[in-house]
Each structure stands twice: as C-alpha cells, then as structure tokens.
Design a binder for this molecule. Structure first.
Ligand code: IVH
Length: 730
C-alpha cells in the first residue's frame, strides 16, 4: 500500500495537466492516494473530503476505524479507569499500525485519532479565545461560621429551608474549557482571565485522560466541558530533577508545572509530560431535543458516561453537618491522593436553583470553596522590619534571610499586621517561629515555635523609617501612620503600585525605579510617567541605567497605554477599587470620564457595588489633585475605553425600585437582584424619585408612603409580568 515514487511522479504530471487537486495524488492503478507530508491536503481539515474517502479501500478504512476505537478504549482503560487490559508492547504495536495506515492514507487521520496525541510541530503563539460563557472564580469559606453564612444566604435568597449539595475536592491545577462538536474535541482553551483564554487544543490532545471522541451517544451536539488539568505529585520531583540536570529552573509546585506544561508552544513537549485532568462541569451546551440532567450530580454521571475522568471523591450532602464531615474526610485523605488539592468545593445540586442564584461579580452564589487550614512550618525570624504603605501606615513584617519553604513557595517575608498583634502573639526577632501560607494568600507568622519563650515588648519605631519625621499613633484604628504630607513614600508607593502586575504592568518600573524617578523629581504623580520620554537623556546620564534599560522602561510605559481601563482604575489606588471592582466599574462606565461623572446612585446600581465602594470612588474623584491626574492622563493619551455593558440598553436603566412585603415567587433579595440585572436601582426608602414600589403580601409603611406620594405600585403579578416582558426581550 505504500506510496511509490511513480505514483507521486504521475501525480505531479497530473497537476501539470490541470487535473483537479483531489485526484492529483492518486495512482490510476489502485486509487490509494498518497500525499506528501507538507501538502496542504495533509491537514486535519481534509479528513472528511469525499474524494479522499473514495480513494481508500473499504477494508483499510474499516481497519483504521477499528484501530482508532480499540486504541481509544485502551487509552481510556489505562488513563481514566486505571484498568489496563493489554501490555504496553501490545498497545505500541496497535498504535504503530494505525500510524502507518494514516501515513499512507492521510484522509484517515481524523482529529479524534489517538495518533493526534503525540503532539504537533511548534506553534508561533497561542490564539486568543473568547469564552462563550466566562469561567468564574469561587468565593471561599474558611470554617463552620463562614460555611453556615454561605448556606443561609442561599436559603434566604431562594426562601427555602434546605437544599442538596455536592462536595468535590478542589484540585490545585489549572482550569480548562473543552469544546466538543458532534462528540469530537474541537477546542481546548485555558481559563486566562476568565473572559478570554488561550487556544491550547494541540496540547490538550496529548492528555490521554481527555477523550478526543465522546462515548455513549446521548451527548448534546455542541457542548463545553470544564475541569482542572494537573501534574501528578509523584512525577513532579523526578520531572524537576531532570529540568535542573538540563540547566532549566525547577518549577515551584505542581500547579505551576501543569500551567507551564500546558502552555508549551511545541505540543510534542507537552506530550512528554504526565498531565491529567479531572472534569467537573458543563460550561454550556446546545441541544435540539433532550435536555441534560437537572442536577449537578446527574451531570457528573453523564460526563463519566461520555468518557471523561470525573473525580471519584464526590459526596452528596443535605446538611451542614454532612458538609463538615466531608471536609474532614477530604482533609485527612489529602496526602494519600496523587495530586494536590487545596480545599473542597461545595455546589448546589439543583441546576434550577443554580440558575436562580446566579452570580455576584465573578463568583457564583451557588458554589463556594471550603479551604483547608494552611500548611505550617517553623523558621528562624531574622528581623522584624517596617514598611510604609501608600497611605502612610507603618506595617511591621517578618524577614527571613534564607527563605522559608511553605505552601509550595519560598518566602522571605511574612506579614505581621501591627504592633499589638506582634505582642499578643509573643513574637520577637531571633526566635524560631511558626509560618503559614494559605493558598494564594500572603504568608503569616502565627507565633513562637514550641519551646520558645513568648516576648511582648515589641514597639514600632517613633519615627517614619522613610522621612524620619515623628509618627502618629492612632489608637482607634490600631494604626501607626506617617502623617508628613511631604513624606515621599506614599507617592512612591503609588507609582510602584500603578506600574505593578495587577495594574498597568510596566516592565522595569519596580520599587527602586519608582524611588529614583520620584527623588529626581521626574515623576510627581502617576500621570507624569507618560511625559517621561522628554527626560530620556537625563535618565541615561543619571543613574547608571544605560540606554537600553531606559529605552525599555520608556517602551514599557508607552505599551501600558493600551492596558484595559480596569487595570488603569486599579492602578490609581482608589480605596476598595482593585481587581474585580475595577472590572465592574470599567464595564459599566467605559472610560475615566464616564466614571468621573458617575454619581453614588449610578455606582450602587451595579450588582456587586455597595455604598462603601461608591463613596470611596466619589470621594477620590472629588479631590482636585486627582482630577488633575485624570486630566493629565487623558492629555497624554492614557484614556482606555472599555466596551460598556450598554447600560442605556438595559430596559430598566434609570428606574428606581423599592421592594416591600412578601412575594410568592421570589424572595426580596432575588427580586432585587433581578431588578439590578435589568439595569434598575433598588433603594430602601420611598421618595418622590422612586419609579415603582413593588408590593408583596403584608407590606409595611412603605406601601402607605407610596400611596401618599402617588408613586406607581406594582403588585406581585404586575411585577412578574413586567419582568417577563423585559427578560423575554433581552
Ligand atoms: S467549580 C463557578 N469544581 O477552582 C466556578 N472548580 O476558584 C466553577 N477548581 O478556576 C468552578 N477543582 O478551576 C470547581 N471541583 C472543582 C474544582 C474547581 C478546582 C478550580 C477551578 C476554578 C477555581 C475557582
């Protein structure tokens, strides 16, 4: 069956005679077509071409199909079910047979073929993928009190007494979204920032526990499955040793190595790593007829049926006691697992409830992560140092010269909160202390290690370690602050914060550079960064910086102009405005000016923005100095726009509601969430500005006031009708 030289030669002559492409590589004698490796026809897209199918004998096609099915089955037996039926050598022989068939008949090479798992030649980069439905994060609970508060919020929201939950282990890997069309894996994307991720399909295909084709047949024609990719613990150390031997830096922890492995541009490299994945949910699906199971647990069963690896450690729980029991079990079983987990995820089982509960910001109300207590280690505390923050507050922190290995990373600093905290815990420099780090949280010093004598004589310095001026002890706030308006540290810190990773991410502008720029009076506030180009010569001469680093810095500053609005807002250092809040504000107001013009009411109208954040934003923009910064930024061309989530398009934008009394269909909170989701605002007092008062059973004085002020009143039926109309329209 092998391609003969004559065949190719004839094909080339055929091309010269202008024969259609599909026939080009067919030998007239046997119709087995051959395709040179680099021919465009030899891509995955060509596999279904009807002319190609014609060119291969039925027998060959059947054998290839049989091999694909067999190999897929054995891969699943080994990697998903841990029940191999054949030896590695037998498996290799089957694989080689399929590979050689596909080499001869490229049209047999389907995207779901097990041969695709060995990886493809390097890509130049990853394509960006906008997720059809964003990938969210989880809120956390740390103990029984948090847990019962979470549970209560749900019962109150839904006005129910109880609900079923599913507990799962929280895998410490990285999230992935897999799209299947007609049962075939067509795309694998990383979570990224939740809205856009990277297309890592070629790499995903190399992970053997991920099905390339689904089984069972009862799957929707299009669906997205979500889960967590991880690097097994056992392989991790050996893998790192090999890296070090090859002169490469070791990975910090299995999670980083999973992430690094999945983001290899050469998927053949990914194929060499023992990645695996546990799938835990369906992101979205499109189906004509049959719907999916209406519970999360039912959907996990469906995922298992379709061939996914679903974590066997799943517990149903109907009460908080059962959740606590599951959490204790997960914790005690943690070390025996072959992968790292950092807690337990609790989910509302009923999908109908999940839909009603919806989200707050980026977190679903219907799930939460019950974290494990943090890992603790002991270390010598070399020094207690003091830093001065953006607001002038003096904060003591522990310094470890050698570094401490805890929670999967090496830390040199750990937070100590404040003076009272250090005394209460009995910590002193030179002691052996207990250090802990919970997940992504900053490490902390818990107290002296057993056997050490606690000491309670620590005092913060009386003078600002930066400017040398006397500091102010604010007893109420338990904060010691440098109140010297000219203390350079606050401005410096803000510049550093502005350039930081979570904000404008300006390469080359860290703490040292911020100090230099500020002290040399080149940059007084963050907006001055964008006119720094005018001082290029001075910079080069000045601080042993050199031309290259100065130009890199200037390029970094220039590039930061295209950072999204949310990052710019985070960078400004407005109290309570960072990360998610900044995104909420950016998405709603679209520009710096848009936010500047927002009123407190405009702000609190956003689902997830409360009065505290609103007040802080309004306050920040009311300061003249800050207005100047905004003007300077805009003048320098730093004016990112975000596509507004069309507030004016929302049907109830500008309408103010008051909800009173008890309703049959919705709890008050649920009704309020609905109103906000349609753009309306909810307030607690009826006034002349109120657009509608929604009145349930047994309303109180708000109803009387509404009647008195002649505010339109909606009873439950009218409210539901109005809701239906708008939700149907949007
Ligand atoms: S459900 C709505 N289940 O944890 C959020 N997530 O902090 C849906 N994770 O990025 C997530 N194990 O990748 C869920 N059993 C599990 C999980 C899990 C790990 C990760 C997930 C997400 C992060 C959320």
């Amino acid at each position: 069956m092998a391609a003969s030289g004559a065949g190719i030669a004839e094909a080339v002559r055929g091309r010269a005679r202008g024969l259609p492409d599909a026939l080009l590589y067919c030998r007239s004698s046997d119709y087995h077509h051959v395709t040179p490796r680099n021919h465009p026809a030899n891509t995955l897209k060509s596999w279904g071409h009807p002319n190609y199918r014609m060119a291969t004998s039925r027998q060959t096609r059947d054998r290839a199909a049989e091999l694909r099915t067999e190999l897929s089955r054995h891969i699943r037996l080994y990697h998903v079910l841990s029940q191999p039926e054949i030896t590695d050598a037998e498996y290799d022989a089957l694989m080689r047979e399929l590979q050689s068939l596909e080499a001869e008949h490229s049209e047999l090479q389907t995207p779901d073929s097990p041969t695709q798992r060995i990886g493809a030649p390097p890509a130049s980069g990853f394509e960006e993928v906008t997720h059809t439905v964003p990938l969210l994060s989880l809120s956390n609970v740390f103990g029984p009190d948090d847990l019962s508060a979470w549970h209560r919020r749900i019962t109150e929201f839904l006005e129910i007494d109880r609900f079923d939950m599913v507990c799962e282990v929280k895998i410490d890997g990285l999230a992935i979204a897999l799209t299947y069309e007609d049962g075939v894996l067509v795309r694998g994307a990383t979570r990224g920032d939740g809205v856009t991720g990277e297309d890592v399909t070629a790499n995903i295909r190399t992970i053997k526990s991920i099905p390339l084709r689904l089984e069972g047949g009862d799957y929707p024609p299009r669906l997205e499955v979500r889960g967590e990719i991880y690097f097994p613990k056992t392989a991790f150390d050996a893998f790192n040793e090999e890296r070090v031997a090859n002169g490469l830096p070791p990975y910090m922890n299995p999670r980083n190595s999973a992430s690094g492995s999945l983001r290899q541009l050469d998927s053949r490299e990914t194929a060499k790593r023992p990645l695996a994945g546990w799938m835990y949910s369906i992101g979205w699906f499109e189906a004509d007829g049959d719907l999916l199971p209406s519970t999360h647990s039912g959907r996990l069963e469906a995922l298992t049926r379709w061939g996914f690896k679903v974590n066997p450690w799943t517990r149903s729980a109907a009460s908080l006691e059962a959740v606590e029991k599951a959490h204790a079990d997960a914790l005690s079983g943690r070390d025996g697992l072959g992968y790292q987990i950092d807690g337990m995820v609790i989910k509302v089982d009923d999908i109908g409830y999940q839909d009603r509960l919806g989200f707050v910001g980026r977190e679903p109300r219907w799930a939460t992560a019950y974290k494990f207590p943090p890992e603790q280690v002991t270390a010598i505390l070399d020094e207690i140092r003091v830093s001065v923050g953006r607001t002038g507050a003096l904060t003591p922190y522990a310094y470890f010269e050698e570094g401490v290995h805890v929670g999967g990373v090496v830390v040199h600093q750990a937070s100590l909160h404040n003076e009272q905290d250090i005394r209460r815990k009995g910590i002193a420099a030179g002691q052996r202390v207990i250090v802990q780090r919970a997940g992504d949280v900053i490490p902390q010093v818990v107290g002296p290690a057993p056997g050490e004598t606690p000491r309670d004589d620590y005092t913060l310095p009386d003078m600002c370690p930066v400017c040398g001026e006397a500091v102010l002890h604010d007893e109420d706030e338990a904060v010691v602050r440098c109140v010297n308006g000219r203390c350079p540290v606050q401005s410096q810190r803000l510049i550093e914060h502005f350039a930081g990773r979570g904000s404008m991410d300006i390469e080359g502008l860290g703490e040292k550079m911020a100090v230099i720029l500020f002290n040399e009076k080149l940059v007084g506030d963050v907006a001055d960064l964008y006119t720094l180009g005018g001082h290029r010569e001075k910079l080069i001469e000045m601080e042993r910086l050199g031309e290259i680093s100065v130009d890199n810095l200037l390029a970094g500053i220039e590039a930061s102009k295209s950072q999204p609005l949310s990052r710019l807002l985070s960078g400004l250092g407005i109290l309570h405005v960072g990360g998610e809040n900044a995104e909420l504000l950016a998405g709603r107001f679209g520009s710096l000016k848009g936010l500047q013009d927002a009123t407190g009411d405009d702000l609190t109208a956003i689902d997830g923005v409360g009065p505290r954040i609103a007040a802080s934003v309004v306050d920040w923009f009311s300061h003249e100095g800050n207005q100047q910064i905004v003007d300077k930024l805009i003048a320098a061309g730093v004016d990112p726009r975000e596509e507004m989530r069309e507030p004016e398009d929302l049907p109830w934008t500008g309408l103010r509601f008051v909800v009173t009394g008890r309703m049959e269909s919705y709890s008050r909170r649920e009704a309020q969430a609905k109103i906000k989701s349609l753009g309306g605002t909810v307030s607690s007092t009826v006034s002349g500005k109120t657009s509608f008062v929604v009145v349930g059973a047994e309303p109180g004085s708000k109803y009387d006031k509404a009647v008195r002020l002649e505010v339109p009143i909606l009873d439950e039926a009218a409210f539901l009708q109005k809701l239906d109309k708008e939700e149907g329209a949007s």
